[in-house]
Design a binder for this molecule. Structure first.
Ligand code: GLU
Length: 493
């Protein structure tokens, strides 16, 4: 069978940040396009002029790029089906609205807002359907011309056919709507601005979109859209409506549940690879017991048919876990790139070293690569390198209040200080010499860690020692001898 080429679109309304739900919709479309060798199109739905801003469009594009989703056609990118901003496509909408009007499939409605509200309230009071009552459908041609001549403002309403509609949704299966579900709806407002449901049909058709993949909340819109496709005599695209994303309390995911915008996750130190991996699992699975995917693996495995038709719960712990996994997979260079803004913000004096990928910076990152889960934690993990203050350190006071710890600490500090030019070899030789004084295993390593880092947790000693010894030309780094001297000052006899 000759299948239509896959052309899918992400169609954000630029009225704010890119949120988790939108990012997931974009991702499902993008993965599908890439899996099928199709095209991924970015269309900006900015007909709501009061709420749409270019700034928001830029933020959305920025976040999509950060997540690694590139588009083949779009506002600046161009393409054969442009323009890709709805505000620049008004002529198409006007022409098609006039076509429906001329064919008698739509009509001018001169009812004012006040009249419409009154009709609706009355219908509700009488327990009737609140649908538009068709007053203007029954206007005579003479009456219409009279109102037009008098300049009475009007909307254009679509004449809803009295029949049932059925959609075969790729994810949800058969969706059926009985006749009378909808009243005649507006397609062009009195200010000549077309409504979302109208623009989307014209655009999806003219842009030759093959599959509309979007959130379940658009399902009621799909009915309106199916009616419009039918009115124009166009074949609708295939539809795939992905289920809602819920918070842990099983209500629709919202700001109440914490970070929901992609930018916030970036700020908190999540990696784009982990976000993409997690977002893909938010409603999709391969049918295997598998959770870790790289982007190329997702592209290969993805299919619309395996998107669930039940809601998914946003699980921050799982996202964090995946972030740790993806973080550990990075090469030194990749980790430095991802960590750069976090490092510079926390330790501005390291700026040029970080930017130049200095070997010491790379060794520092390697030291904590297996420990850090979020990039924003780097700051805490590395504080000990540049700060060593035992006086105010309650944890150390408690630890060294134990006689054995204190003795080991003093011996270690003295032995290490007695070495002239410290190298990893002679450092360890000095440290290990306290074995002869009866300190072995934990009794040696815990005091050593405490002495070196001023903490009982932190990077592995084996990784920490070379980092402390090799950064001697960095003035902010507290050297090992300085640490030993401070120790003796606070805890010496
Ligand atoms: N502009 C719509 C939104 O942001 C897009 C809906 C659609 O994909 O058709 O929700």
């Amino acid at each position: 069978m000759n299948q239509k080429p896959v052309r899918v679109r992400f169609a954000p309304s630029p009225t704010g940040h890119l949120h988790v739900g939108g990012a997931r919709t974009a991702l499902f479309n993008w993965l599908y396009a890439r899996n099928r060798g199709g095209k991924f199109i970015l269309r900006i739905e900015d007909t709501d002029q009061a709420r749409s801003t270019l700034e928001s469009e830029e933020m959305v594009k920025h976040d999509l790029k950060w997540l690694g989703m590139d588009w083949d056609e779009g506002p600046e990118t161009g393409g054969d089906f442009g323009p890709y901003r709805q505000s620049e496509r008004m002529d198409f909408y006007k022409k098609h609205a006039e076509q429906l009007l001329a064919e008698g499939k739509a009509y001018r409605c001169f009812c004012t807002d006040a009249e419409l509200t009154a009709k609706r309230e009355q219908a509700e009071a009488e327990n009737r359907s609140p649908h538009y009552d068709g007053t203007c459908l029954r206007l005579s041609e003479a009456k219409i011309q009279e109102k037009l001549a008098a300049g009475v403002p009007f909307t254009i309403r679509f004449k809803v056919p009295e029949k049932a509609y059925t959609l075969y949704d790729v994810i949800r299966g058969k969706v059926h709507w009985e006749p009378g579900t909808l009243g005649d709806f507006i397609i062009l407002r009195s200010d000549k601005m077309p409504v979302y449901n109208f623009c989307v049909v014209i655009d999806d058709h003219l842009m030759e979109i093959s599959h509309v993949v979007r959130a379940e909340e658009h399902l009621p819109n799909t009915l309106r859209q199916l009616m419009l496709y039918e009115a124009f005599g166009w074949k609708p695209p295939k539809f795939a409506h992905a289920s809602l994303i819920l918070g842990q309390d099983r209500s629709k995911l919202s700001k109440r549940h914490g970070a929901t915008s992609v930018g916030q996750f970036k700020e908190e130190g999540y990696l784009p690879e982990a976000m993409v991996n997690y977002l893909a699992l938010l409603g999709w699975n391969e049918g295997k017991d598998r959770e870790e995917y790289t982007v190329p693996e997702l592209i290969k495995a993805f299919s619309l048919k395996r998107i669930n038709n039940s809601p998914s719960v946003f699980d921050l712990d799982k996202l964090k876990w995946l972030n740790g996994i993806h973080l550990r997979k990075l090469t030194g260079e990749q980790l430095a790139e991802a960590a750069e803004p976090f490092l510079i913000r926390a330790f501005p004096f390291l700026k040029s070293r970080v930017e130049n990928r200095d070997v010491w910076v790379l060794s520092v990152l390697k030291m904590i690569q297996n420990k850090v889960v979020l990039l924003s934690e780097i700051e805490n993990w590395l504080q000990f390198l540049f700060h060593y203050d035992l006086k105010e350190n309650e944890e150390m006071r408690v630890f060294f209040s134990e006689e054995a710890h204190l003795t080991a600490g003093r011996l270690l500090a003295e032995r290490i200080l007695s070495v002239k030019n410290l190298t990893p070899e002679n450092f360890w030789e000095a440290a290990m010499s306290i074995k002869e004084d009866g300190f072995k295993g934990k009794a040696l390593f815990h005091p050593l860690r405490a002495l070196l880092s001023g903490s009982l947790s932190g990077p592995e000693l084996d990784a920490m020692v070379p980092v402390l010894l090799s950064g001697t030309e960095i003035p902010e780094l507290v050297s090992i001898p300085e640490r030993c001297r401070s120790f003796i000052e606070v805890f010496g006899k």
